[in-house]
Each structure stands twice: as structure tokens, then as C-alpha cells.
Design a protein around this ligand. Structure first.
Ligand code: UDP
Ligand code: MG
Length: 136
């Protein structure tokens, strides 16, 4: 049974800064993800605060928002069977030190904050996050 989903991926500033976006996009494509839409943008701190509002109460919230708005990012609408879970699997654990071999965060992540990629964690959040960046 097919279960086509769409999810949001962000290539974070640390990866764009190292010019890894084409390499990371190829990782998605080789795993069967279709990139339905993408754009390179530089968001404001206020936009980052809105995007990461679920983490408002966390001690790392301020740094996280400052970081996501610190440089250009690439936001992508990805499509695949079970895209939400498949993207989370390909990304690996939040902390690159704990991420499995072959995952994007293991390969490219620098640290828990500079972990190269974001991915929606549920279908519900994927819809909200895709709307945030791609609502026309
Ligand atoms: N983060 C951080 N310090 C922490 C936990 C998380 O800087 O102790 C950052 C990290 O970049 C992570 C983001 O906050 O990607 C969002 O955290 P979440 O727990 O949602 O992890 P994710 O869903 O990105 O794996
Ligand atoms: Mg998360």
C-alpha cells in the first residue's frame, strides 16, 4: 500500500555555508524523495521564533532562533512514501554524535546545534511547516 506524504526539510546555515546543499539534495533524490518545491532564503530572527515556537520554553530557544536566522537556508517540500518518517530516518539523531552511520547528521552535522538539517516530526507538523514556507 502506498502512503505518499509531503514533509518539510531545511538545509540549515552550517550546511549552506559549507556549500553542501547540492550534495544533500542528491542524498534525498537517491533515497527516492522528490523535491516538489525549494527555495534559498534568509529568514529574520522573528520568523525563526515563529517557526520554532514549539521550543519556546526550552533553554536553547534563543540560540536556536538566532542560529536559524544567521545565514541562508534551503527549504524544500519533499514527497515520498512515508516521507515524514523516512526523512527523520535519513536525518539521524538530533545530536550528530548519536546519529547512525550513513545519516545526514552523522555525515554533515558539526554539533547538536549545527546539525545541518531540519525535518518535520509528524504529518500534522509537516503540514503546518510546509504552509509556513510555501503558502502562496
Ligand atoms: N537543539 C539544540 N540543543 C538541544 C536540543 C536541540 O541546539 O539541546 C536544536 C537542534 O539544532 C535541533 C533543534 O534545536 O535540531 C530542534 O530540536 P528538536 O528536539 O526538535 O530536534 P530535531 O527535531 O531537529 O531532531
Ligand atoms: Mg524537532
Amino acid at each position: 500500500m502506498n502512503n505518499i506524504e509531503e514533509t518539510l526539510s531545511i538545509i540549515k546555515p552550517d550546511a549552506v555555508e559549507r556549500n553542501l546543499q547540492d550534495q544533500i539534495k542528491n542524498e534525498f533524490k537517491s533515497k527516492g524523495f522528490e523535491i516538489l518545491n525549494e527555495k534559498k532564503i534568509h529568514i529574520t530572527k522573528e520568523e525563526a521564533e515563529k517557526f520554532y515556537k514549539v521550543h519556546e520554553s526550552k533553554p536553547f530557544y534563543n540560540d536556536l532562533c538566532a542560529y536559524l536566522s544567521s545565514g541562508p537556508i534551503v527549504v524544500m517540500k519533499l514527497q515520498k512514501d512515508n516521507a515524514v518518517l523516512e526523512n527523520r530516518k535519513l536525518m539521524g539523531a538530533t545530536n550528530p554524535d548519536n546519529a547512525e552511520e550513513g545519516t545526514l547528521r552523522k555525515k554533515y552535522g558539526i554539533s547538536i546545534d549545527k546539525n545541518s538539517v531540519h525535518g518535520s516530526d509528524s504529518l500534522e507538523n509537516a503540514k503546518i511547516e510546509l504552509d509556513f514556507f510555501f503558502k502562496d
